[in-house]
Ligand binder design. Structure first.
Ligand code: PMP
Length: 412
């Protein structure tokens, strides 16, 4: 297959200080991007600059630094909002996708879900998009159904359709599986779930960093994602929520900044999005995320997606030629994000990851926070290689060479 990179990977790599280092005396081949990505110097510098020059508590003071900190924090919100085609009122800072999903569970779920209600999830969800709903179901007496998967690792559309016939109150699904890589048609699923009367919660942790995102076109009620999976700092993430729903929703956490007035008899809530941002926020993290958005925009999200698709197609081709490897999920790169999960013979994925690490190749092994999916596929664990803008075809060659070495070590 043609090894044509649509990005200048050699130039991009120069922007990432960590990619200049070696691991065990070998070039670092970082293929664990679905867990967390690396940060370009622009993101590191933006947080250092914020702390060195502008740090104060946003929204709190009238002194110069507080005004500068507010401007930096709100400027970052504007960048993220336009990145996903949302308004700033609908763009809430959280600690990450997990907290965003919990915000919906508490803010919407607590006051709307009743005994006997149906919550629809899928068998390819990350624990972050399962456990909050299980707790909500336990608390309210709601029930949960999981949409099954086809042999290829796509959603079982007939099953989804049957469940929509039962008028669910919540339909929560991942836009892109962190294990199978499967990309779900979020716009179509959201439209169908809405016709069934449900609110739609999309887990965008593995999609927003990797492809163009437009929440209006997607038509979902909520979209959750994390900064650290898109070149940004850890501890910062986003919940997009449709304005009308956020307006009528109860706060999640409570305290400073989320109120309009507090009296001994009670309190009223601040305007959106502040109603959902209690306490001092991670403003440096937000600024870093804004810089990450600038960096991604300077490349263009369509080019990011095209690049990852080319790498994934190449990896799938190489792996399908490799004896003894089982790849999980769709085998067509168009249907999946830059995630390739696999097993080789009886080699335990942890042993595989350790062996690859000796070659400088960083991959993830384990259940990938998707134990129901592991049970469905009847495997205890998997190895996973996942790609981003600084990965090249050479990185995949390095992975394949390391896999050949592993096969020899284990005498397969
Ligand atoms: N959903 C998916 C699909 C994920 O891959 C992850 C992270 N592995 C999460 C949710 C949770 O993200 P975070 O840990 O950043 O909150």
């Amino acid at each position: 297959m043609l090894r044509s990179e649509s990005l200048r990977v050699d130039e991009i790599r120069k922007d990432f200080p960590i990619l200049q280092r070696e691991v065990h005396g070998k070039r670092l081949v970082y293929l664990d991007n679905a867990a967390t990505t690396q940060r370009p110097k622009a993101v590191i510098d933006a947080t250092v600059e914020y702390y060195s020059q502008h740090n104060a508590n946003p929204h709190r003071g009238v002194h110069q630094l507080s005004l500068e900190a507010t401007e930096a924090f709100e400027g970052a919100r504007s960048k993220v909002a336009s990145f996903i085609n949302a308004s700033t009122e609908e763009t809430i800072f959280t600690r990450g996708a997990t907290e965003s999903l919990n915000l919906v569970r508490y803010g919407w779920g607590n006051s709307h879900v009743k005994t006997g209600d149906l919550i629809v999830l899928t068998m390819m969800e990350h624990h972050s998009n399962i456990v909050p709903w299980q707790l909500l179901a336990k608390q309210t007496g709601a029930r949960i159904e999981f949409v099954g998967l086809t042999k290829e690792g796509k959603l079982d559309e007939d099953h989804f359709e049957r469940l929509m016939g039962q008028s669910p109150s919540i339909v929560a699904f991942t836009h892109c599986s962190n294990v199978l890589g499967t990309i779900n048609d979020a716009a179509r699923l959201s439209a169908r779930a809405k016709r069934a009367g449900a609110i739609t919660v999309v887990d965008g942790a593995q999609s927003v960093p990797h492809m163009p995102t437009d929440v209006r076109a997607m038509g979902c009620d909520f979209l959750a994602f994390s900064g650290h999976k898109m070149l940004g700092p850890t501890g910062i993430g986003i919940l997009y929520g449709r304005r009308a729903i956020l307006e009528e929703m109860e706060p999640f956490q409570s305290g400073g900044d989320m109120i309009k007035q507090v009296h001994t008899t009670g309190a009223t809530w601040n305007d959106l999005p502040y109603k959902f941002e209690a306490g001092t926020q991670d403003s440096a993290g937000a600024v870093g995320l804004g810089a990450a958005v600038d960096y991604l925009n300077s490349i263009g999200m369509k080019r990011v997606r095209d690049h990852e698709m080319a790498l994934t197609a190449y990896a799938l081709e190489q792996m399908s030629k490799f004896p003894g490897i089982t790849v999980y999920g769709p085998m067509n790169a168009k249907d999946k994000g830059g995630v390739v999960s696999f097993n080789m013979g009886d080699i335990h994925p942890h042993d595989m990851a350790s062996l690859l690490d000796e070659e400088g190749v960083a991959i993830r092994s384990g259940h990938h926070c998707a134990q129901p999916l592991m049970e469905l596929l009847d495997v205890p664990a998997m190895s996973r290689a996942s790609f981003y803008i600084y990965n090249s075809f050479d990185d995949i060659d390095a992975l394949m060479q390391a896999l050949s070495k592993a096969r020899n070590v284990f005498c397969l």
